[in-house]
Design a protein around this ligand. Structure first.
Ligand code: MLT
Ligand code: ZN
Length: 460
């Protein structure tokens, strides 16, 4: 089938806004938000229902056309941007955006893939519940993308990755089969838990069209604090202290290096409410019970006395808490405005964070003169964004190896939460043990034998 008869066939499956072929309208879908990855597609296809997605994917299977799914296009690994010249469509899930139900008593919600994460969070909150996945891009990221990438964010320490929140899933397979397993069950051991294969596989095994997500009780009381700490070792001692004292209520524990704050000031005009410090910790604890703020203040007083922290501010209002979080959420933007950088989204065992940071920083300084490490991240779960600001002429591939070799020395992962996409496919092939790679290829071959789902991603 030639391209124009294929597009005419798609037109019959969709409404009048479902098929986009005008180059200007397609353009925003064919590049990631940082402008690092660009691709081509025959069309941008925008179905409204899971049945339409299934029909489009079946038509693609018949015509031998590849499918690149895209949610909010907020990813950092080029996973939602087409690769290569093969005939392919960009399938945007954004019109499939209904919240089908919020069940307050059952503590769950059923939501379609294109629903903006923040819209889903607000619907949960309106029912007195919390959807505990939270990340800087939540105002644009879509639930389907969050599931397909098994997104992390700031609350993993307490609530786990997105994977831990998915109870049921609706997916479209490579041949267009629609599988509806939107079961609102917390316990379901009837056979393989196949939905795990689609969570975090970045659209390479199937397309997520809807999900049942687990909600938790919405905590009524919270306390947010920003602390200056002398070193990553001190930050871990502080983490240990808060976990001993208020462990089950700590929802976020972020470690941020001093350079991040220089960037925030210089590039976003955001000021630190503390004197400059080599490292900072932004933490939050929440509880259904009153008294959490007093308890945390008591714990922090102990930390100051033990010199695990040297200074600190506890938010005295919701507005101030938001300001503290705005600092954290703007780091990516501040870094982007500073100039070229190379991102590394890594994880190491929590207890090894200080040694890893020292090792990786020394290795980068030795091999890449003039490079500056902007280190921040979700230290409470072992995930560090080891982003490196680079001078012109830096060999980016060599820099990746320098940082990832350090990760490997600590038995860490080269992608903690951003995924592999096209950006890290080569690095995955280099660092993943052969037996695991072979297993991944067998799974891919079983579910997408012709390699038409998001080609060039994860397993390149
Ligand atoms: C974040 O946690 O802000 C992002 O995942 C990190 C990044 O931009 O590298
Ligand atoms: Zn992150």
């Amino acid at each position: 089938m030639d391209a124009s008869s294929f597009l005419s066939r798609l037109e019959t499956l969709l409404d009048s806004r479902g098929l986009v072929t005008a180059p200007d309208d397609m353009a925003p879908h064919l590049v990631d938000w940082r402008g690092l990855f660009r691709g081509e597609a025959l069309a941008v296809v925008r179905p409204r229902t899971a049945q339409e997605v299934a029909a489009v994917v079946a038509a693609c299977a018949e015509a031998g056309v590849a499918v690149v799914p895209q949610g909010g296009n907020t990813g950092l690994a080029g996973g939602a941007v087409p690769v290569g010249p093969a005939p392919q469509i960009l399938l945007s899930l954004s019109r499939l955006n209904a919240i089908r139900k919020v069940d307050r008593v059952g503590m769950l919600m059923e939501v379609e893939a294109g629903c903006i994460l923040q819209t889903a969070q607000e619907a949960a909150r309106a029912a007195g519940r919390l959807l505990p996945v939270s990340l800087a891009a939540e105002g644009t990221a879509q639930v389907g993308g969050v599931i397909s990438t098994n997104a992390g964010g700031i609350n993993v320490l307490r609530y786990g990755m997105t994977r831990q929140l998915v109870l049921g899933l609706e997916v479209v397979l490579a041949d267009g089969t629609l599988v509806n397993a939107l079961r609102p069950l917390r316990k379901d051991n009837a056979g393989y838990d196949w939905k795990q294969l689609f969570i975090g596989s970045e659209g390479t095994l199937g397309l997520v069209t809807a999900a049942v997500l687990r909600l938790v009780p919405a905590p009524q009381h919270k306390v947010t604090a920003l602390l200056a700490v002398p070193s990553p070792e001190a930050a871990l001692a502080l983490l240990n202290r808060v976990q001993d004292e208020v462990g089950d209520q700590v929802s976020a524990f972020e470690l941020i290096c001093g350079l991040s704050f220089d960037l925030l000031k210089r590039n976003c005009g955001l000021d630190l409410p503390l004197a400059p410090a080599p490292w900072l910790v932004l933490m939050q604890a929440d509880s259904s019970l009153a008294g959490i703020a007093d308890k945390v203040e008591e714990v922090l007083a102990g930390a100051l006395e033990a010199e695990e922290a040297t200074d600190g501010v506890v938010a005295s209002s919701e507005a101030q808490a938001r300001q503290l979080w705005a600092l954290r959420e703007h780091i990516t933007e501040a870094e982007q405005r500073e100039g070229p950088s190379v991102k590394h989204d890594v994880s190491v065992p929590i207890a090894d964070i200080p040694a890893f940071l020292a090792d990786a920083e020394a290795a980068v300084a030795a091999a890449h003169p003039g490079a500056r490490a902007n280190m921040f991240g979700h230290a409470g779960d072992g995930n560090i964004h080891f982003n490196v600001l680079i001078p012109p002429g830096t060999d980016k591939a060599a820099l990746n190896r320098t940082v990832h070799d350090a990760v490997a020395r600590f038995d860490g992962s080269i992608s903690a939460e951003h995924g592999i996409g096209q950006y890290r496919a080569g690095e995955l092939a280099h660092y993943k043990p052969a037996a695991e790679l072979a297993l991944m290829r067998r799974i891919k071959a079983a579910l997408d034998p012709d390699g038409r789902l998001n080609p060039g991603k994860v397993l390149a």
